[in-house]
Design a binder for this molecule. Structure first.
Ligand code: AMP
Ligand code: MG
Length: 355
C-alpha cells in the first residue's frame, strides 16, 4: 500500500507550455525520483492520464500491470520526449511513411509500431517482437520524460477495464493506495487515447482509432500510400492484443442507441421510464426529444458538430454515470467520422448492448 500523493502543476505553466519550468517543479522532481527507483507514477498526457514506469526495466514495468490489474498479454506504449530516445527502443532506422507521420504528428496522439530492440524487456511488449512508441505533446509529460531521460511505458492510469482517466481525480478514484504519486495537470484535452498504426509496405493500418484521425493521416501521406482501419479479427491477432479485452466500461450496464425513434422503442420495449436510467444524448436529439414521454434523467453530451468536445468529455460522462445508482445508461451513437471513429470504437467496447 502506498500513501498516494497528488501534486498539482500550475495551470499557467501548462498553458504557457513552459516545459523547462515544469521540469523544475517539486511534482516533477518527485516523480522523476520515483521513476528512477523503479516505481510507477501517474501523469497527464494530451490523450488520457498515463501510468508510467521505466520501459527498459522489467521490475518497474511489472508494477504497472499489478497496479492496474492489466492482463500480461496486453503490450504497453513507450513514451519518449525526443527522437534521440528511439534507437534504444527500436531495431533499424525510421524511413518512408513512418518518417513522414512522425515529422507531421509528433509530438502528438499517434503511436507507431516498430520492430523492437534487444534492450526492450518482454514484459513491456507482452512478448511481441514489436514495440509501440509515441511522443506525447502535453508539456507535463514532455517535462517528466526529459527529466528522467528514459522512455516511459505508460498505459492509461485506470483500473483495467474501466473508463480511461482524463482528470487526476479519476486516477485517484481507481488507484489510490496502489501508486505513490499522481501528477495533476488538469483535464486532458483530447480525451481519447492515441491512434495506433502499423505500417506494411505502402499501407498505413490503423489498429486503434484515436486522437489523430484517418482523415488527418490521409492528408499528409500522399497518393502512394493507403490508409485502412484494421478489422476486428486482424486486431485480435497478436497484432494489437489489447483490443480484445473489455475496456472503457462503466460499472452500470451501457447500451448504445441510434436516434430518437430508437429511444422511443426502448421506452416501450424495456420500460425504461420505470427503471433508474440515465440517457446521454447529443444536444440535437435533446432538443427534439419528447420530454412528456421520456421521463428518465437526460444528460447532454454536446453537439455532433463538435465531435472533439464529445471525445474530450466522453470518459468523464461514463464515470459520472457510475456515481449515481442507475440501473442502466443509454448513450446515443455519434457520427463515425473524424474523432467520432475513436469515440464509437470506445463506446462499442464499453457497451453490453448495441441497439
Ligand atoms: P493502452 O496502453 O491501454 O492505451 O493500450 C495500448 C494499445 O496499444 C493496446 O491496444 C495495445 O494492444 C496496443 N499495442 C501496444 N504495443 C503494441 C504492439 N507491439 N503491436 C500492436 N499493438 C500494440
Ligand atoms: Mg487503457
Amino acid at each position: 500500500m502506498y500513501n498516494t500523493e497528488v501534486i498539482k502543476i500550475k495551470d499557467s505553466l501548462i498553458k504557457d507550455k513552459a516545459i523547462d519550468k515544469i521540469a523544475e517543479t517539486t511534482a516533477i522532481k518527485k516523480a522523476a525520483q520515483h521513476l528512477l527507483n523503479n516505481e510507477v507514477v501517474a501523469f497527464p498526457t494530451e490523450t488520457v492520464y498515463g501510468l508510467g514506469a521505466n520501459a527498459l526495466e522489467k521490475q518497474a514495468v511489472s508494477k504497472i500491470f499489478e497496479a492496474k490489474g492489466r492482463p500480461s498479454d496486453n503490450p504497453l506504449i513507450a513514451h519518449i520526449s525526443d527522437k534521440k530516445q528511439l534507437p534504444v527502443l527500436i531495431e533499424g532506422d525510421v524511413t518512408g511513411v513512418a518518417e513522414i507521420l512522425i515529422n507531421e504528428f509528433w509530438p502528438g496522439p499517434l503511436t507507431l509500431i516498430f520492430n523492437k530492440s534487444m534492450r526492450m524487456p518482454q514484459v513491456t511488449t507482452a512478448g511481441l517482437n514489436t514495440v509501440a512508441v509515441r511522443m506525447p505533446s502535453h508539456p507535463v509529460a514532455l517535462a517528466l520524460i526529459s527529466k528522467v531521460n528514459l522512455p516511459l511505458a505508460a498505459p492509461s492510469a485506470n483500473s483495467s477495464g474501466f473508463p480511461s482517466p482524463t482528470r487526476a481525480q479519476h486516477v485517484y478514484n481507481d488507484l489510490n493506495g496502489k501508486i505513490p504519486l499522481i501528477v495533476d495537470g488538469g483535464i486532458c484535452n483530447i480525451g481519447v487515447e492515441s491512434t495506433v498504426v502499423e505500417i506494411e509496405e505502402n499501407i498505413v493500418n490503423i489498429l486503434r482509432p484515436g486522437g489523430i484521425t484517418r482523415r488527418m493521416i490521409n492528408e499528409v501521406i500522399g497518393d502512394s500510400y493507403q490508409v485502412k482501419i484494421a478489422d476486428t479479427a486482424e486486431v485480435n491477432r497478436p497484432k494489437s492484443p489489447g483490443m480484445k479485452y473489455k475496456h472503457y466500461a462503466p460499472r452500470t450496464p451501457l447500451w448504445i442507441f441510434k436516434n430518437e425513434n430508437n429511444l422511443q422503442e426502448l421506452l416501450n420495449d424495456y420500460n425504461i421510464n420505470n427503471r433508474e436510467t440515465l440517457v446521454i444524448l447529443s444536444s440535437e436529439t435533446l432538443n427534439t426529444v419528447d420530454k412528456n414521454t421520456i421521463k428518465t434523467d437526460l444528460k447532454n453530451m454536446g453537439t455532433i458538430n463538435n465531435l472533439e468536445y464529445i471525445a474530450q468529455n466522453l470518459f468523464n460522462l461514463l464515470r459520472e454515470a457510475d456515481q449515481k445508482s442507475y440501473e442502466l445508461v443509454l448513450i446515443e451513437e455519434v457520427p463515425n467520422r473524424d474523432i467520432g471513429e475513436a469515440v464509437m470504437n470506445r463506446l462499442k467496447k464499453a457497451a453490453v448492448k448495441i441497439i
